[in-house]
Design a protein around this ligand. Structure first.
Ligand SMILES: Cc1cc2nc3c(=O)[nH]c(=O)nc-3n(C[C@H](O)[C@H](O)[C@H](O)COP(=O)(O)OP(=O)(O)OC[C@H]3O[C@@H](n4cnc5c(N)ncnc54)[C@H](O)[C@@H]3O)c2cc1C
Length: 359
């Protein structure tokens, strides 16, 4: 429960899953009342400049195979398992779900080997179980996430249980996040805006467009994905949604078009019906087509501390953006690294959390 008034010692810019996960890690360590989240868009909003509500959303092998991505995946899996295990998927909107992933070629061996070490119920499928054209496949228990509802859950939990303050504001420059002299550290979790926001302007960032469909298909209970050379097809049951599924999709590098296209809808319906027996054997009602822009970055996500002088004082920015197609599965691991990067500053702020010692 909230015991202290909020202040602005810690500012998080961005209220997508990446910023919310940083707030959660800090709040779980007792810093909730020192955090202000500043964001142009908040959970409950929809906008082309706010990716998180458009995520599918699941844990999958789609992430990179570099050491950071492997570690963030494992930390994220463990975090999401906890949210699914708390016996309240209707609150967290995270659920354990059986999953199958199929590859037509280029199996990311390093990733599969690492995943096999921690995923629940992991199994490599036998060659006689593979559909035509598939070279390799695995099954395991994944986590599926109702993305728009999950970020609303985090938003309410952070405000009500930990006293985190949220302010709706579009910052013209990252240094405007230091508007209060209290502010010692700013976490930059601005997603796609990192490419253009003055004070960041990271030209390695680019959007990766994906069109998806929201379909009511209560017969679908299994998460299934097929990774092809030039396509990505998936069927993701959406937890706590009265039988809705997300069908996808596309990975269009450098495309920032927020429109949706009927020929893409037709292609998704054809590919997903070929892929999922559960889908084609049950009733289907198309509810919506949506397009979202994954905040991608050449070389992977940036989690890095930088110093900045504000009014003669040296302060810290911790950059945390570029999660691409994996912000929900990797965001918690990224947040742990981002909080670690802030290190000593947070130790100093701990003193503010002990008002009784000043009485
Ligand atoms: C179709 C699709 C499917 C996906 N499927 C999955 C999946 O299955 N699993 C998975 O893990 N991920 C998935 N993703 C990826 C996931 O959605 C992203 O990685 C994630 O949402 C990125 O979160 P973010 O917080 O970095 O950015 P965003 O959600 O875009 O949030 C950015 C925040 O920064 C704020 N902001 C930006 N600039 C400013 C400014 N100047 N001032 C104030 N505030 C500012 C915005 O208002 C917003 O609050 C998918 C994405 C798409 C599009």
């Amino acid at each position: 429960m909230v015991t202290l008034p909020s202040n602005q010692s810690i500012v998080i810019v961005g209220a997508g899953i990446v910023g919310l996960d940083v707030a959660l890690v800090l709040a779980e360590r007792g810093y909730g009342s020192l955090i202000t989240v500043v964001a142009e868009h908040l959970p409950g909003d929809t906008s082309q400049t706010y990716t998180s509500p458009y995520a599918g959303c699941n844990f999958s092998a789609i992430s990179g195979s570099d050491p950071n991505a492997l570690r963030w995946d494992q930390l994220g899996y463990s975090h999401l398992c906890k949210l699914a295990s708390q016996g309240e998927p209707h609150r967290t909107f995270v659920q354990r779900t059986p999953s199958i992933e199929l590859w037509d070629e280029d199996v990311p061996e390093e990733k599969i080997k690492h995943m096999s070490e921690y995923l629940e119920d992991f199994r490599v499928l036998e060659s006689d179980e593979l559909p035509q054209g598939v070279k390799f496949a695995v099954s395991f228990t994944t986590l599926t996430i109702n993305a728009p509802k999950h970020i609303e859950y985090l938003y309410q939990r952070l405000k009500n249980d930990y006293g985190v303050r949220f302010v709706r504001q579009a910052l013209p420059h990252l240094r405007n996040a230091f508007a209060s002299p209290d502010t010692q550290v700013v976490f930059n979790c601005t997603g796609n805006a990192a490419r253009t926001l003055p004070g960041v302007e990271d030209k390695r960032c680019y959007p990766t467009r994906g069109q998806v469909l929201l379909v009511r298909a209560p017969s679908v209970q299994t998460n299934i994905m097929r990774h092809g050379r030039a396509y990505e097809t998936y069927v993701i049951p959406r937890p706590q949604s009265n039988g809705n599924v997300i069908l996808g999709g596309y990975m269009q590098k450098g495309n920032s078009d927020g429109a949706t296209y009927s020929y893409e809808t037709e292609s998704i319906l054809r590919r997903t019906n070929e892929l999922s027996q559960e889908l084609r054997q049950g009733e289907q009602e198309l509810l919506a087509a949506m397009s979202g822009l994954r905040p991608s970055r050449e070389g992977g996500a940036r989690v890095q501390r930088e110093s900045i002088v504000i009014g003669g004082e040296t302060k810290a920015i911790v950059h945390n953006y570029g999660a691409g197609g994996t912000g929900f599965q990797g965001g918690y691991g990224m947040a742990l690294d981002a909080v670690q990067a802030a290190g000593g500053i947070l130790q100093g702020l701990k003193l503010q959390l002990q008002p009784s010692s000043r009485l």
